[in-house]
Ligand binder design. Structure first.
Ligand code: F0G
Length: 351
């Protein structure tokens, strides 16, 4: 059976121009996976789900936004799209540009993009340019380039990106029958948390489905929204959210405030520990994707968030396969043996 993409499923709920080309790679419709063991480890007494966005066609939530932004750009005649990216937007914009038969140019911070993302962008045929600087430098250059050249910008400052991305909030409400009590979500350039809030508010206005409190989570070394000022040299193992000057920072702060929630920061070791905890329950995500849950765990442990009786959804934004290095670097000393049973014996009964 053909599976519709988000533009087909939710067209009437999206504020997109009629000229938008309705592309699809069957993005969206990602599962809400219950995490009972993790909830128990965090004290129990509540329902915890992850929205597994790594199951989108290019392995991250970006596909929801890029299908809309690229479709709109192509519909008004653009022949080239451009973005700055920590990697996932690069791969996604490249895939939808390929689908639409136009060019994608992607600017990435040199040496700071995970292998699976770079390979993806190249596989889909993008022109990949490494920038000697951070994501923030790349985005500034993209803004400048799109003012001077007839090229469509598809970063999340493009409003159509958010139209596509808010469909994830619709899916959560459609699956649960109402909005969760809390939504925990990683924050980088701050487009996604802004889009979710738009989606929840729109559904609530139409259906009375309720509103979640938002817990946005940044990495401690890249936490401008927690510090209250830009970070010149952002640094974190979660390269996807290594951003010091979020384009939609003000909107994200306003959304968190309006929801009765907040934006917090967690250290890298907590992010990596949560990545491992998720994988031990069968859900492998890239480091940035574990930040939302790491933040939730910290808030529960310190008593700032009482989860009892609540329904909590954590958005896990990208697949673990995007960033295999981070796991392989920790897998020290794999055994190597001759192909004989006696050599294999000690490994068979180990716990
Ligand atoms: N998680 C992942 C896996 C991401 O790739 C990103 C952003 C985020 C979370 C944060 O979302 O920026 O909307 O607050 N990645 C962008 C990129 C910056 O270029 O792929 P945000």
């Amino acid at each position: 059976m053909l599976r519709p993409g988000v533009l087909q499923r939710y067209w009437d709920w999206l504020d997109l121009p009629e000229h938008t080309v309705r592309l699809s790679l069957s993005e969206g419709s990602t599962p809400l996976i219950p995490m009972p063991r993790l909830a128990k480890d965090l004290g129990g007494g509540f329902d915890l789900y992850v929205k597994y966005e790594g199951l989108n066609p290019t392995g991250s939530f970006k596909d929801r936004g890029l299908v809309a932004a690229v479709g709109e750009a192509v519909g008004r005649g653009a022949r080239t799209v451009i973005c700055a990216s920590t990697g996932n937007t690069a791969a996604s914009s490249a895939a939808y540009a390929a689908r639409a038969g136009v060019r994608a140019v992607v600017l990435v911070p040199e040496g700071k993009i995970a292998l699976g993302k770079l390979a993806g962008a190249l596989a889909y045929g993008a022109t990949v340019v490494q920038i000697q600087g951070s994501f923030d430098h790349a985005l500034a250059l993209v803004r400048e380039a799109t003012q001077r050249y007839p090229i469509a910008l598809v970063n999340s400052i493009n409003p159509y990106r958010l139209q596509g991305q808010k469909t994830a909030a619709f899916e959560i409400v459609d699956a649960l029958g109402r909005a969760p009590d809390w939504l925990a979500i990683p924050v980088g350039n701050a487009g996604n948390i802004t889009a979710y809030w738009m989606g929840f508010k729109q559904y609530h206005a139409a259906k009375g489905s309720g509103l979640p409190q938002l817990l946005g989570v940044q990495a401690q070394g890249a936490a401008p929204l927690v510090l209250g000022h830009p970070v010149e040299h952002p640094e974190t193992v979660a390269t996807a959210i290594r951003i010091g000057r979020p384009a939609r920072g003000e909107e994200a702060l306003a959304a968190a405030r309006e929801s009765g929630g907040r934006i917090i920061a967690v250290p890298d070791d907590a992010i990596l520990a949560m990545q491992r905890a998720l994988a031990r329950e069968g859900v492998w995500v890239e480091p940035a994707s574990a930040a939302g849950l790491a933040g939730l765990a910290a808030e529960i442990e310190t008593g700032r968030l009482d989860p009892r009786g609540k329904t909590i959804v954590a958005v896990v934004t990208g697949h673990g396969l995007k960033d295999p290095d981070i796991i392989l670097r920790q897998a020290v000393d794999l055994p190597s043996i001759p192909p004989r049973l006696d050599a294999l014996h000690p490994y068979l009964l180990a716990d």
